[in-house]
Design a protein around this ligand. Structure first.
Ligand code: NAG
Ligand code: NAG
Ligand code: NAG
Length: 391
C-alpha cells in the first residue's frame, strides 16, 4: 500500500469511526445554510459552499452523489482528480472547488458531517455550454437562380439546447430578424425561402443562443442570379444630320452582365459605349451605359438597342433616333431659299444667295411642319416672300 493511499485509508477509518462515536460534548454541529445550486459554464471553476456551525471534533466531507465517491475530507483531497480542491475559511465554511469544469461534472454534490446519525445536505452543480455552430452541417454561401426554393439550415450545439434565430442585413445595413411564416422548422434551425427574389439576396445570419455567453452566429451569403433589367430614360430622339445624340441605358443584373449598344438589325456592329458607372450594390450589378452617336449620314438615324445578357438571359431595349426635318418642295418656283423660322431676318440674305442659284426648290426648315404650316402668319410670310421673288 502506497503511503498516500494508507493515509487516505486511515482518514476514512477515522471518519467512519467518528461517525459512530457518541457526541460527548453534547454540542450538535449543524448547517447554517443550505448548499446552493450553482451553474457553471464549461471550462470555468465550480465552487460549492457548505457552511457549518459548532463542528468541534467532527469533520466535513464532500461527496459526489451520482458515483458515491468521497472527494474531500476536512481539508484533504481524496479523489485522484487534480481539478478538485477544498478550502476551509472562517472556521465554518468548506468550499469544494472544481477547476476546468466538464460537462461530466454536472450532478449532485453532498456536504456531509460525520455525526451519528450523519448529517448531510446536497447541492446541484449545473454545467452549461455556450452555443457552437457546427460549420459542416450548416449551410454555406450559395448562389441560386431567382425563383428557386432556398433552404438554409443551421446546426448548433450547447447546453441548454440553443434556440436559433435567423437575421438578415437589410439595405440600410441593419440586422433584422427574418420573419418566417411557418415554413421553417419548429426549432428555427431551418429557414425556407420559397420562390426567392432578387431583393431577398444578401447576408443571412444564423444566431444561436442559450443564455450562456457568448452567443454564436454564422453568416451565410445568399446570391440571387437574375435576368438583367434594362431601362432607357428616353426611347426617342429627334436630331439633325451633323448633330450628336447621347444614348443612355441602365442595367441591373447578377451575375455581371455583358452590356453593349448596338445598331438594331446590325448585331455585328457593337458600340462599346462608355460604361460610366459600375457598382456592386445590394448584391447586384448596376451599370449606366452611355454612348454618343454622331449623326454623320442618313443611315446613322434609326433604331439602336441597349443589350444586356448574362447566364440568366438576354434583354434589350430599343431607342429611336429620327431626323428632325420638314421638306416642302414647291415646284416651279425660283431659287432655293433656306428659311429659318427662328431667324426670319435672314430671308433677305437667303434671297440674295439663292438668286444666284439655279435650284428651284424652297426649303422651309421648321420645328414641326404640320403645326407650322397652318399658322396664319406663316402663310402671310410665304405670300410676301413670293411677292419679293416675283419683283
Ligand atoms: C437545486 O436544484 C434542484 C433541481 O435542479 C431543485 O430541486 C432544488 O430546489 C434546488 N435547490 C435550491 C436551493 O435552489
Ligand atoms: C417551391 O416550393 C413550392 C411549394 O412547395 C412548389 O410549389 C414549387 O414548385 C417549388 N419551386 C421550385 C422551383 O422548386
Ligand atoms: C407636331 O406638333 C403636334 C401638335 O403641336 C404634336 O402633337 C406632334 O407630336 C408634333 N410632332 C412631332 C414629330 O414633334
Amino acid at each position: 500500500m502506497a503511503p498516500a493511499v494508507r493515509v487516505v485509508a486511515i482518514l476514512l477509518l477515522e471518519f467512519v469511526a467518528t461517525c459512530v462515536q457518541k457526541d460527548i460534548s453534547g454540542i450538535d454541529p449543524k448547517f447554517s445554510a443550505p448548499v446552493s445550486n450553482v451553474t457553471v459554464p464549461v471550462g470555468r471553476e465550480g465552487v460549492m459552499t457548505c457552511t457549518v456551525q459548532d463542528l468541534h471534533k467532527y469533520k466535513v466531507a464532500w461527496l459526489r452523489v451520482d458515483t458515491q465517491t468521497i472527494l474531500t475530507i476536512d481539508t484533504l483531497v481524496i479523489t485522484k482528480s487534480e481539478r478538485v480542491s477544498v478550502t476551509h475559511t472562517e472556521q465554518r465554511i468548506w468550499q469544494l472547488r472544481i477547476k476546468d469544469i466538464k460537462e461530466s461534472d454536472k450532478g449532485w454534490y453532498m456536504c456531509q458531517i460525520n455525526t451519528d446519525p450523519m448529517k448531510s445536505q446536497m447541492g446541484y452543480l449545473n454545467v452549461v455550454v455556450p452555443p457552437d455552430i457546427l460549420d459542416h452541417q450548416t449551410s454555406q454561401d450559395m448562389t441560386v437562380p431567382e425563383g428557386s426554393n432556398v433552404t438554409l439550415s443551421c446546426v448548433a450545439t450547447g447546453v441548454p439546447e440553443p434556440t436559433i434565430v435567423w437575421k438578415r442585413i437589410g439595405n440600410e445595413g441593419t440586422l433584422s430578424i427574418v420573419e418566417q411564416a411557418g415554413t421553417g422548422s419548429p426549432d428555427g434551425s431551418v429557414l425556407n425561402i420559397l420562390n426567392i427574389q432578387r431583393h431577398q439576396a444578401g447576408e443571412y445570419h444564423c444566431v444561436a443562443s442559450n443564455g450562456v455567453r457568448p452567443s454564436m452566429s454564422k453568416r451565410i451569403m445568399v446570391t440571387v442570379d437574375f435576368v438583367p433589367i434594362v431601362k432607357v430614360p428616353s426611347r426617342q430622339f429627334t436630331a439633325d444630320l451633323g448633330q450628336s445624340v447621347n444614348l443612355e441605358c441602365y442595367i441591373e443584373a447578377h451575375p455581371d452582365p455583358i452590356a453593349y449598344w448596338s445598331k438594331a438589325k446590325e448585331d455585328v456592329i457593337r458600340y462599346p459605349g462608355i460604361i460610366e458607372e459600375k457598382q456592386f450594390s445590394d448584391n447586384s450589378f448596376s451599370v449606366r451605359m452611355q454612348i454618343t452617336i454622331q449623326l454623320r449620314k442618313q443611315s446613322d438615324f434609326g433604331y439602336y438597342k441597349c443589350v444586356a445578357k448574362n447566364a440568366q438571359g438576354q434583354v434589350e431595349e430599343l431607342v429611336k433616333i429620327q431626323k428632325r426635318i420638314s421638306k416642302i418642295t414647291i415646284q416651279d418656283e425660283p431659287p432655293t431659299m433656306i428659311l429659318d423660322e427662328k431667324h426670319p431676318n435672314s430671308i433677305a440674305a437667303g434671297t440674295a444667295v439663292s438668286r444666284q442659284n439655279k435650284f428651284r426648290e424652297l426649303v422651309l426648315r421648321v420645328e414641326n411642319s404640320s403645326a407650322s404650316m397652318v399658322r396664319p402668319q406663316f402663310g402671310l410670310f410665304l405670300l410676301m416672300l413670293l411677292a419679293m421673288i416675283g419683283s
